[in-house]
Design a protein around this ligand. Structure first.
Ligand SMILES: NC(=O)c1ccc[n+]([C@@H]2O[C@H](COP(=O)([O-])OP(=O)(O)OC[C@H]3O[C@@H](n4cnc5c(N)ncnc54)[C@H](OP(=O)(O)O)[C@@H]3O)[C@@H](O)[C@H]2O)c1
Length: 255
């Protein structure tokens, strides 16, 4: 991995350098305050998934390295229920032995939590199962999901893991505050496109980590943000190249 630009983390590594894992981690360190980072992958022509509707067919080894690192660094992964269903999300268990031990030593959980956003209050099927080694699951929903869905979610996940944020729409600012209030200030949003657009439109996006893969895919797949109009300017903070894949951190101007 070769660092092309670093305007974000002075002193972490100099452009032109090959990056070792420690330098890569310094470049992606969370700031010391509540922070919402999104991580998305796109083809050169803007597709957010392959023709099978999943990201596994467009991502690259370098993308996987950063995807795993960002999960390791986060307290909680915020994901739309549509993505959790399409991608078959399970309880997060990507922290390896060393990293899990380090997280525990820092007073954090061994694995990051997962917070699934669903307006209908439906838990994606694979997240209904118990997991002994993976992180926990929160459901972020709204009162209009209705008593039946909410009661069921509380039975499956536990009452304290169902966050009812807003009446008619999911109030994402309230959700972010609720997660931070539970000791989970480092948030990693893994999409999908609707959730990313909503997060950005609500002014909650501190950072976009964007992987651009060296592939022109055609087809009719969505872009990485779709739905709500967001119009948020971002500036490049870090750019890394690895075998044609560009790994980028985009930040709010001034951050
Ligand atoms: N390129 C990438 O990095 C990337 C990342 C993630 C996903 N994807 C791809 O994106 C596709 C899925 O797209 P999508 O738009 O369906 O994703 P999504 O945003 O994950 O899912 C939309 C669904 O999630 C819930 N949801 C999301 N935001 C919500 C909000 N603000 N309020 C209430 N509910 C909300 C709703 O679930 P309910 O129906 O339960 O109410 C909604 O129907 C898949 O092909 C996936 O592979 C790509």
């Amino acid at each position: 991995m070769r660092l092309l630009l670093n305007d974000a983390v002075p002193g972490a590594a100099a452009p032109g350098r090959e990056l070792d894992p420690a330098a890569l981690e310094r470049l992606y360190a969370y700031p010391d305050r509540p922070w919402l980072r999104a991580n998305m992958v796109s083809t050169l022509d803007g597709a957010a998934a392959g023709s099978d509707g999943r990201t596994g067919t467009i991502n690259t080894p370098a993308d996987l390295v950063v995807f795993t690192l960002l999960r390791d660094l986060a307290d909680v992964i915020l994901v739309g229920a549509g993505t959790a269903r399409a991608e078959g999300y399970r309880h997060a268990d990507t922290r390896t032995g060393d990293r899990a031990a380090r997280a525990l030593a820092e007073g954090r959980a061994a694995q990051p939590e997962l917070a699934v956003v669903s307006g209908t209050g439906r838990i994606p099927p694979l997240l209904e199962r118990e997991s002994h080694s993976g992180g926990g699951v929160f459901l972020v929903t709204r009162a209009a999901a209705g008593p039946e869905a909410l009661d069921r979610a509380r039975r499956v996940l536990g009452a304290d893991r169902v966050l009812v944020c807003g009446e008619h729409t999911v109030d994402l600012a309230a959700a972010v505050a609720a997660l931070a209030g539970r000791g989970l200030p480092r948030i990693l949003c893994e999409g999908g496109p609707r959730l990313l657009a909503d997060v950005a439109a609500a002014g909650l996006l501190d950072e976009l980590c964007l992987t651009l893969v060296p592939l022109l895919s055609g087809g009719l797949e969505q872009r990485i943000a779709a739905g709500a109009v967001a119009d948020r300017p971002l500036v490049p903070g870090v750019v890394i190249e690895s075998e044609g894949t560009l790994l980028q951190r985009w930040l709010r101007p001034g951050d």
